[in-house]
Ligand binder design. Structure first.
Ligand SMILES: [Zn+2]
Length: 432
């Protein structure tokens, strides 16, 4: 049930906070570099914490650095409504990826203060640690540990390119908190995020109602042929690993396109050995990934790719080994939470559409423990993970208003609360 509020969030205040946060780690090209568990991350967190405490919220931090800023409700026995995102960024990231969801959550809290509203259920605004994975090579770190997908000790042992471990970075920056990071009973989790793709903008929609996230499969591939002299080796004698790899890359693209608009297939990383201009390459290592919202399609892609890639290797007289790194199942968000976002967007008269998330987000892991939904807003040209990432102030405000109304409706609704058992860890998850 949607609460019929006519209360508005303050879009100008939200925009000011976004710009102030973007100044922490600002890059010359207008982006942000706020790597997880770095000194700049700590500065961003300190600023966020000050804002939260000024808004009367109680902040607690767990041992992986996840921050929870709580506003009490009228009924202390109610499970809290969670919402938020992440404040860390890519090395050359934008101002809004993650920050929008956290600071819109802060604006929600500030607006409730201004309006003198006390919700029935308590509210908790979350800043998840290291969503991006760009420093320690493991994305969704904080939400993954909290949800029980990753083991805390394993994650603490991961190191960056300078050999600094997560444990050291947590201690040295003072980001580490005392609480054990683990899922606690919560009524719902809502994450507002920029789309990071072009669909909403192209269709003139202001809100994406995210119904779930794509299934994915990732491989490491190695093609072994034979290094040989470029001048003396005739065609019949060649076992060129790079030519075979080129055909495999073509295959990835062809299989992706066989799924119409809904498939994704990418080779984004490639290394050639010995990488010398007058040597026929004997070894190529590369990455392959496929994504689709339908798990059966990912299964089909996996099967066809493995079979056809093996045939290509045969044809070129090389060996191919495919190591499946992990497979993430498709994640459907909670139908009730999704329906609430849809209702709110309709009531506000916003052009909206259902959408599947092409990227993974903290919400994907949190949804294994807590009923979850996401709200997308457009970003210019669909561009993200880029310093030029940009959105309009009114787009941020609209997304924040939808978040506000969904959270307030959920926190005001009277609902019987049984505590369902938490779901267990699934075996097909990537481990750090
Ligand atoms: Zn993000």
């Amino acid at each position: 049930m949607t609460a019929r509020t006519n209360q508005r969030v303050d879009g100008a205040r939200l925009w000011c906070s976004l710009m102030e946060m973007a100044a922490v780690g600002a890059t010359p090209k207008g982006g942000v570099r706020r790597l997880a568990l770095s000194d700049l991350d700590r500065q961003g967190r300190d600023l966020f914490r000050t804002w939260c405490e000024d808004a009367g919220l109680t902040v607690r931090i767990d041992a992986i650095g996840n921050m929870f800023a709580r506003r009490e409700g009228r009924d202390p026995t109610r499970r809290p409504i969670l919402f938020g995102s992440h404040l860390d960024s890519q090395p050359s990231g934008g101002k809004f990826d993650g920050a929008l969801g956290v600071l819109a959550g802060l604006e929600l809290m500030r607006s409730l203060n201004d309006l003198g509203i006390t919700t029935e259920a308590p509210l908790e605004l979350v800043n998840w640690t290291d969503e991006e994975g760009s420093r320690f090579g493991h994305s969704l770190m904080g939400s993954g540990v909290w949800s029980g997908v990753f083991d805390l000790n394993k994650v603490r042992g991961l190191s960056d390119l300078d050999g600094v471990t997560v444990a050291q970075a947590l201690a040295e920056t003072g980001i580490e908190g005392p609480k054990r990071p683990e899922a606690f009973p919560a009524d719902a989790f809502f994450e507002l995020h920029i789309e990071q793709g072009p669909i909403l903008e192209q269709e003139g929609k202001t809100i994406g109602i995210v119904t779930g996230a794509q299934a994915q499969i990732w491989y490491d591939a190695v093609v072994l042929g034979q290094d040989a002299h470029a001048g003396t080796t005739p065609p019949a004698a060649r076992r060129d690993a790079l030519v075979a790899t080129a055909r495999v890359i073509e295959l990835v693209d062809r299989l992706m396109r066989s799924c119409g608009e809904d498939g994704r297939g990418t080779v984004g990383q490639l290394s050639v050995v010995p990488n010398s201009r007058n040597v026929i390459p004997g070894e190529v290592r590369f990455s392959v990934e496929f994504r689709h919202f339908d798990e059966h399609e990912v299964e089909r892609l996996d099967e066809e790719f493995s079979r056809e890639a093996a045939a290509i290797a045969d044809f070129y007289g090389v060996s191919l080994s495919l190591h499946r790194l992990f497979r993430i199942p498709a994640q459907r968000f909670d139908p009730e939470c999704v329906a609430l976002v849809r209702q709110v967007a309709a009531r506000l008269g916003l052009p909206a559409r259902d959408i599947i998330s092409g990227a993974v987000h903290d919400a994907v892991y949190v949804s294994r423990r807590v009923p979850t939904a996401m709200i997308f807003t457009p970003c210019k040209g669909g561009l993200s993970h880029n310093e030029a990432e940009s959105i309009l102030p009114e787009e941020a405000e609209t997304g924040c208003q939808v978040l506000f109304e969904a959270v307030v409706a959920r926190a005001s609704a009277t609902r019987p609360e049984a505590d369902p058992p938490l779901a267990g860890r699934s075996s097909d998850d990537p481990s750090p």
